[in-house]
Design a protein around this ligand. Structure first.
Ligand code: 13P
Length: 252
């Protein structure tokens, strides 16, 4: 049985005041034993302070990105060891905003995945096609390419603890989520792709859906057999909305 994960990707939002309010509200209303693992991913500069607020709670901390290199002269970068040092358990790698806006290649993303895994973080590998790819019937091809580079470089074993997030680019921040059937199709494909290398790991890998998940559509998306929770952008900035999504990821 795969335990679902609901992770909030705050992206470049928030302030110390806003974060404190959000975390206070989350902690006040989060069930003592949520049915799914709950993770929040604030911007780097707020990780330590957010981690302090979360200490002893059921909420876990994650970074939004990580350097592929372990340490050294890499101005502006943050290493996996540093993320661990400030209390992160998770880190997002290969978000489409990083791939598209900052030109991160499949190879770089795979190295980041490996760097995070090597330091004991749980990498959340984002994959997903752009609208033109979907319209051209290339969804599986794109997702396979993004996934295969990680499987080649890190091995299927690196997914033992790892998480994949299917985030169709056309659904991110657009209010247009993939239908449950579209999500299930991509998730099933991803699981089969991993399964071709290692069936046991494929069965255990959590595959999250991301892209305009809201309180109103989470239940039907999470009901699909290969959807093991969600990676939530905009709706993770509103405590009530995020907690409703978390509840929707529970068993049944
Ligand atoms: P939205 O939920 O705002 O569409 O963002 C999804 C996302 O990119 C999460 O990483």
């Amino acid at each position: 049985m795969r335990r679902a994960i609901v992770a909030g990707n705050w992206k470049m939002h928030g302030s110390r005041t806003e974060n404190a309010r959000l975390i206070e509200e989350l902690l006040a209303h989060c069930p003592a034993q949520p049915a799914a693992t709950c993770v929040v991913c604030p911007p780097f500069v707020y990780l330590q302070e957010t981690g302090r607020m979360l200490r002893g709670s059921v909420l876990s901390l994650g970074g939004q990105d990580v350097c592929a290199d372990a340490q050294g002269a890499f101005t502006g970068e943050v290493s996996a060891a540093m993320l661990k040092d400030v209390g992160c358990e998770y880190v997002i790698v290969g978000h489409s905003e990083r791939r598209l806006l900052y030109r991160e290649s499949d190879q770089l993303v795979a190295r980041k995945f490996g760097a995070a895994h090597a330091k004991g973080l749980v990498p959340i590998l984002c994959v997903g096609e752009q609208l033109a790819d979907r319209d051209a019937g290339r969804t599986h091809e794109v997702v396979a390419r993004q996934l295969d580079v990680v499987l080649e470089l890190c091995g299927a074993g690196a997914l033992e603890r790892g998480v994949v997030a299917y985030e169709p680019v056309w659904a991110i921040g657009t209010g247009r989520n993939a239908t449950p059937e579209q999500a299930q199709d991509a998730h099933e494909f991803i699981r089969a792709r991993i399964g071709a290398r290692d069936a046991r790991i494929a069965a255990a890998t959590r595959i999250l859906y991301g892209g305009s998940v809201k309180a109103g559509n989470a239940t039907e998306l999470f009901a699909m057999p290969d959807v093991d929770g969600g990676l939530i952008g905009g709706a993770s900035l509103k405590a009530d909305e995020f907690l409703t999504i978390l509840a929707a990821a529970g068993p049944g």
